[in-house]
Design a protein around this ligand. Structure first.
Ligand code: HEM
Length: 536
């Protein structure tokens, strides 16, 4: 009996030599594809014995127990009692190490190891080779080319955008304070951070009247939802099944829409800059910033406009004078939107939630803001550093609810981690193993934070911060692959909060239950955050 007659039994005779060969080739292909997975599982099996971890289901792994729900996050804190620094965790059969202790995290984040398998598997279809996913020399070149975007002098102009766009949320607060009705702040703050991104990245206003821009935003929102849906739906993991699913088809259609619009915009902008650069330049429109290495980079602004991300992405050049292609720019633009939108809006939502829950801290912030702003309704970049208490409250909120709660690496060399808990003083994690830094568990670790469930902004006074390991508080990651947009994100949060708190007092509407934690790509408040706004 031939191989194919076994496989195609059921009365249907299909035993030609060609079919046999095709079947063998298919089996060979599957075996070849499975071989690295098998090799990984064997290697992980031996590492798991040394690291240790909670018992997991033989088929489903631990995902249900430590997954995306409120209870999942709480369970991952319970686990710290038995495994104080690190432990194994399984997504189905796929094992990785989770660490939540600064000593171990330092060893993982201090080098620019490639992102972990799951990170790439889920996010690459959307972010392609954008900065979050790329690795090696390609990443290094892009990181250097993109750094001028976040130069202090460039960020100054974005602060004006944040101030101007905050009028939408202030108008809403005014309306709600007059009506005395509470409102859920999650979606107005998400819209605000999207508007800020649209204007800073591509000088576009987001209004329902500017239909093109509105559609772009809606498509991006839908795409990040589809990425999360796939992540939490195991039958959508195999690429072939995802492509055939309705989610996969929608994903393809939306990606094309977003891409087409970006390509159109990039080519229009290239033309504007080309036309303008051929003309005599007004020195005011010429900007010079230093790249990471200290070498100077000069580019032109559009007449009378702020230098948006696109202006810099189009004009940035490496040492050989080579810039970024349209495809590369598109990937970076999508990456900026994906990495910089929900993180900021959830950072804002959680800070307002904690300040409403603990009004004594809200009052201290308001006093500080009013001293700095006086009767101005504008926060300048030079005033930004004069708000230490507000900054401490933002940091404490990001400790309690870090927007990005997991980051992962696939270590490309053997790494030895040591910590004081385990009976093994040192543990060698072999090259190729996936390691996830659980920022959520780190920020709630009882050996690092006294009373970790208490909201206490004084933890972030300069004095107390110096006493801690720099790897104890990492909402923006750490090491060479830390968040490139962290100052942009922090400035945005400070402007929005300063203007809201200067003008309104926020109180929790206690008729709603406390928000639950949804651990999607970022930690979101399930059920929303419902606040009353009162004019002060
Ligand atoms: C509260 C706001 C933000 C938080 C909490 C946050 C958090 C993070 C974290 C934890 C990482 C490290 C990921 C890793 O190690 O794998 C990261 C990387 C990154 N973030 Fe942010 N982020 C924020 C805002 C932004 C903004 C506003 C932008 C862009 C405008 C941005 C763009 C990026 C990019 C491109 C990377 C990848 C950097 C690289 O690998 O070289 N982020 N972010």
């Amino acid at each position: 009996m031939t191989v194919s007659s076994v496989l195609f039994a059921d009365g249907f005779v299909f035993s030609t030599l060609l079919a046999d060969l095709l079947t063998l080739a298919a089996l060979g292909y599957i075996a070849a594809a499975m071989a690295p997975i098998g090799k990984y599982m064997v290697k992980f099996h031996y590492t798991a014995k040394i690291v240790g971890g909670p018992k997991s289901h033989w088929l489903l792994g631990d995902t249900a127990k430590y997954g995306y729900t409120h209870q999942g996050l709480m369970n991952s804190l319970e686990r710290i009692k038995e495994f104080p620094a690190m432990c194994t965790q399984y997504m189905g059969w796929f094992g990785h190490i989770q660490t939540y202790h600064p000593d171990c995290i330092k060893e993982i984040l201090a080098r620019s190891y490639p992102k972990s398998f799951m990170y790439k598997f889920m996010l690459r279809p959307l972010l392609r080779d954008g900065l979050v996913i790329s690795e090696g020399d390609y990443w290094k070149r892009h990181r250097r080319l993109l750094t001028p975007i976040f130069h202090f002098d460039i960020l100054k102009a974005h602060v004006d955008v944040f101030n101007a766009n905050s009028s939408s949320i202030l108008e809403l607060c005014e309306l709600k304070s007059k009506s005395g009705i509470s409102f859920d702040i999650t979606s107005p703050l998400a819209d605000l951070s999207f508007s800020n991104m649209m204007e800073c990245v591509m000088s576009k206003k987001v209004t329902k009247d500017a239909e093109e821009n509105w559609v772009y935003i809606q498509a991006l929102k839908e795409l990040s939802y589809l990425v999360f849906k796939r992540f939490t739906t195991p039958y959508l993991w195999p690429p072939a099944l995802f492509i055939l699913s309705k989610e996969g088809k929608k994903f393809k259609k939306l990606t094309k829409e977003v891409e087409d619009q970006a390509f159109k915009l990039i080519s229009e902008r290239r033309e504007i800059l080309l036309r303008q650069n051929s003309l005599e330049c007004n020195p005011e429109d010429e900007v010079m910033v230093n790249q990471e290495t200290g070498s100077a980079f000069t580019f032109r602004k559009r007449k009378g406009k702020i230098a948006d991300f696109l202006d810099i992405l189009i004009q940035t050049k490496d040492q050989e004078g080579k810039g970024l292609s349209d495809e590369e720019i598109n990937e970076e633009v999508i990456t900026f939107f994906s990495a910089g939108h929900e993180t900021v809006s959830n950072g804002l939502v959680w800070t307002l939630y904690f300040l409403a829950k603990y009004p004594e801290h809200q009052s201290l912030c308001r006093e500080e803001i009013r001293n700095v702003l006086g009767d101005q309704n504008n926060l300048t970049s030079s005033n930004m550093s004069k708000l230490p208490y507000l900054t401490q409250c933002i940091k404490e909120s990001m400790r309690m609810c870090p927007p990005l709660h997991l980051v992962g690496r696939c270590i490309s060399e053997d790494v030895t981690v040591s910590h004081r808990y385990n009976e093994f003083k040192e543990i060698k994690i072999p090259k190729g193993i996936n390691v996830t830094v659980n920022i959520w568990a780190l920020h709630h670790h009882p050996d690092i934070w006294k009373n970790p469930e208490v909201f206490d902004p004084s933890r972030f006074s300069a004095e107390k911060s110096h006493e801690r390991s720099p790897y104890a508080f990492v909402p923006f990651g750490a090491g060479p692959r830390n968040c490139i947009g962290q100052h942009f994100g922090m400035q945005q949060m400070k402007v929005v909060l300063a203007l809201m708190l200067r003008n309104y007092e926020f109180l929790l509407d206690t008729s709603y239950p406390n928000p639950s934690l949804i651990a999607a790509v970022v930690i979101q408040p399930g059920g929303g955050v419902h606040l009353f706004a009162r004019k002060v």
